[in-house]
Design a protein around this ligand. Structure first.
Ligand SMILES: Cc1cc2nc3c(=O)[nH]c(=O)nc-3n(C[C@H](O)[C@H](O)[C@H](O)COP(=O)(O)OP(=O)(O)OC[C@H]3O[C@@H](n4cnc5c(N)ncnc54)[C@H](O)[C@@H]3O)c2cc1C
Length: 281
């Protein structure tokens, strides 16, 4: 349970951090909630760890020009308790509130969570439903990748060597919009066996806008486009929810078979849609 020896750097600026990660076998450390256990188990053995914890101004949460900017080192607690997120992007606050326990939420960061890309992590479902962007910077590049192109496979993202997640960019939800994050938590770890994020707008009682993100079911989180189309076409919540896993792989493990995961996804998608509908005005 003791990690292999490694060099440790605590850069004081983002520029310094970017220079350090450009230099080979370097691993970024944020909250350490996932990386430190992996290092202790020797499933990860980086030669050099670059700690973002002392980089100032990387944990901001602010709305600028109609976009909410969430710094990579904002913790889950920062997000669940932020007035800006709670009032302007309540789906994300609800997802953050579902992560782990108080200690994990105090230490873990949004950048660390999405870089780690656990297929059962909570944020990806909401970030997909929110059509968020992930801003990635390196010593010589700065690009924003849509969440739909960021999560590629279990523990695999669009991050290139030398890149750091700088920010998550989210459009505010409309005030009339209904939202819900529904989760079946694994009883031991708290991770999502299934998590469904729903955003719904309606006009004269009809659903005119639906965004559904799903995590926990397959190799990576996904948008449930078929279920969205059904809702926007006038289908009832249960009929739309029956298509939540349309065309998607389902994982099977000791806790939940693929069939059970599909069943949970449909039941909890129906619940998420119904709550979101009841919150939409
Ligand atoms: C007991 C326990 C329960 C948990 N329960 C849940 C849960 O219910 N739901 C859930 O979603 N998660 C859960 N987690 C995971 C938690 O959310 C972690 O915070 C998260 O997975 C990693 O975030 P971190 O800031 O600790 O990152 P770290 O552990 O420091 O890093 C994780 C990975 O991300 C990389 N990284 C970190 N920051 C950046 C960055 N800015 N740019 C590029 N790469 C970066 C690191 O190099 C590393 O590979 C749990 C963790 C524990 C220990």
């Amino acid at each position: 349970m003791i990690p292999q020896n490694f060099e440790y750097s605590a850069p004081a600026t983002l520029q310094e951090a970017l220079q350090l990660v450009a230099g080979g076998d370097r691993k970024i450390l944020a909250g350490g909630m996932s990386l430190i256990p992996l290092m202790k188990l020797r499933l990860a053995a980086p030669e050099h760890v670059v700690d973002l914890g002392r980089v100032p101004g990387l944990n901001h949460i602010a709305e600028m020009n109609g976009v909410i900017h969430i710094g990579a080192t904002a913790t889950h607690h920062d997000i669940e308790s932020s007035g800006t997120i709670r009032s302007r992007c309540p789906l994300l606050a609800e997802a953050a509130d579902h992560i782990g326990d108080t200690q994990v939420r105090n230490m873990g960061t949004i950048g660390g969570s999405i870089a780690h890309a656990d297929p059962a992590a909570d944020y990806p479902a909401s970030l997909l439903a929110l059509e968020a962007g992930i801003r990635l910077v390196s010593a010589n590049s700065d690009r924003t990748v849509p969440a739909s192109e960021f999560f590629l496979d279990p523990f695999t993202t669009a991050l290139e060597p030398g890149e750091i997640i700088a920010e998550v960019l989210v459009q505010p939800e409309e005030a009339s919009e209904g939202y819900r994050y529904e989760k079946v938590a694994h009883p031991a770890s708290g991770f999502a066996v299934i998590g469904v994020a729903a955003r719904i707008r309606k006009t004269a009682g009809r659903v005119t806008f639906a965004r559904l993100g799903v995590t926990g079911m397959g190799p990576h989180a996904f948008r449930a486009h078929r279920a969205e189309e059904l809702l926007q076409g006038g289908a009832d919540p249960a009929s739309a929810a029956a298509a939540i896993d349309d065309g998607q792989e389902a994982n099977s493990d000791l806790y939940a078979s693929a069939d059970y995961r599909r069943h949970l996804a449909r039941v909890h998608a129906a619940r998420a849609i119904m709550v979101a509908l009841s919150r939409a005005s």
